[in-house]
Design a binder for this molecule. Structure first.
Ligand SMILES: Cc1cc2nc3c(=O)[nH]c(=O)nc-3n(C[C@H](O)[C@H](O)[C@H](O)COP(=O)(O)O)c2cc1C
Length: 355
């Protein structure tokens, strides 16, 4: 087993056995409330939950976020996630494909099209790998697994915490721009749990990125994961670093015209609905689906996906929203720190309550 395989395995072990969540910061969904509609005037059976994302139709606006690949168990997890995604018509992000760029034989652990022929399948590569591998190899990695899109993960926090992490972030935007031009699928820019600011979102959009997944703070803390993995003593100063997901979702959705995915600490279909009402086109989760897999394999993943879709449906019914686009425009009550932070950026809670 080489270093990449060991790292991948230990990420799964740590995330399924230890508390890796933010300690003092929440994703902010507790500050977001819908206005209950006691007279919905709709038939639940006729609710339209479909969403178009990067040219693919999702039956429900849910993304199983990037988790793994590159070692045997990772392959097993990807296949379980993929068949659950196929069953529910939702999207799946694969984990970083760095391992297959390092060793072609590991490609099989990312190949899931035989069990998920129709889903929006998202490949994945780290910002740090763009320089090393170049666009031709990255295009090869995407094509080999028949992905519809490529997520480039921006994870400076994780790189800086990881003892073996990359420390040079110069020229990254230019490299992203090059990938957008030369790799023949849509590129998504994605964080890994520290969120994306509106300024960064605008630069990414200008570089040619076709969607942004905010992957904000409040769910899985990567500095926690790296700290728990590391034998070096650390005070965990950066455990709670990042822009909370609700704030990042609202700010980025207003800043760009491309679709936004709300993720990072999304823990239910109700949270997915809140992310959409803040401006996203879909919501996603990683840790809940990984933990479901650990508990009961594919069946448990599928049951969790069904549960989120059902919670989303109930939220639509209780807000009188017939479609996802109606849900996006529904009135919201914003409070707490989320409302305060958004106020600093010129968002008025009053406007959300009266729109
Ligand atoms: C075990 C594990 C491995 C992950 N690996 C990747 C990865 O390879 N690429 C990536 O973009 N994000 C990766 N992530 C980050 C997630 O996609 C997601 O952005 C983050 O965990 C926040 O979402 P959550 O709070 O729902 O877990 C990983 C997450 C977990 C739990």
């Amino acid at each position: 087993m080489n270093a990449t395989e060991r790292r991948k395995g230990s990420h799964i072990d740590v995330c399924t056995s230890k508390d890796v969540s933010f300690r003092c910061k929440a994703a902010g969904f507790e500050d977001v409330d819908f206005i209950h509609c006691a007279l919905p005037e709709l038939d639940c059976a006729k609710l339209d939950m479909h969403t178009m994302l990067l040219g693919k139709r999702l039956k429900a606006p849910i993304v199983i976020e990037a988790i793994t690949g590159g070692f045997e168990k990772g392959g097993e997890i990807n296949r379980a996630l993929a068949s659950a995604a196929q069953e529910h018509g939702i999207a799946l992000g694969l984990g970083s494909q760095r391992a297959m760029l390092e060793e072609v034989a590991r490609s099989s652990t990312y190949k899931v099209r035989d069990v998920a022929p129709d889903i929006l399948l998202i490949g994945n590569i780290g910002m740090a790998q763009l320089r090393k591998y170049g666009t031709q190899k990255i295009a090869w990695a995407v094509e080999t697994i028949d992905a519809d899109a490529l997520a480039i993960h921006l994870n400076p926090l994780q790189e800086l915490i990881q003892p073996e992490g990359d420390r040079n972030f110069e020229g990254c935007l230019k490299l992203i721009e090059k990938v957008c031009k030369e790799v023949p699928v849509s590129v998504i820019a994605k964080e890994t749990g520290a969120g994306i600011s509106p300024e960064v979102a605008r630069r990414l959009e200008a570089a040619g990125v076709k969607a942004i997944d905010v992957a904000g703070a409040g769910g899985t803390s990567w500095s926690a994961v790296e700290m728990l993995r590391s034998k070096e003593a650390s005070d965990g100063a950066f455990w709670d670093w990042g822009i909370p997901t609700a704030v990042s979702t609202a700010l980025v959705s207003r800043a760009v015209k491309i679709p936004v995915i709300s993720s990072g600490g999304v823990r239910s279909g109700l949270d997915v609905a809140k992310g959409i009402a803040l401006g996203a086109v879909a919501g996603g989760g990683a840790l809940p689906f990984l933990r479901a897999w650990k508990k009961g394999g594919k069946k448990a993943v599928s049951s969790l996906a069904g549960c989120w879709a059902n919670e989303l449906r109930i939220t639509m019914a209780l807000t009188g929203s017939h479609s996802i686009s109606e849900l996006r425009r529904t009135r919201l009550l914003l409070g707490g720190e989320t409302a305060q932070t958004l106020h600093l950026f010129g968002f008025e809670a009053r406007a959300f309550a009266n729109r």
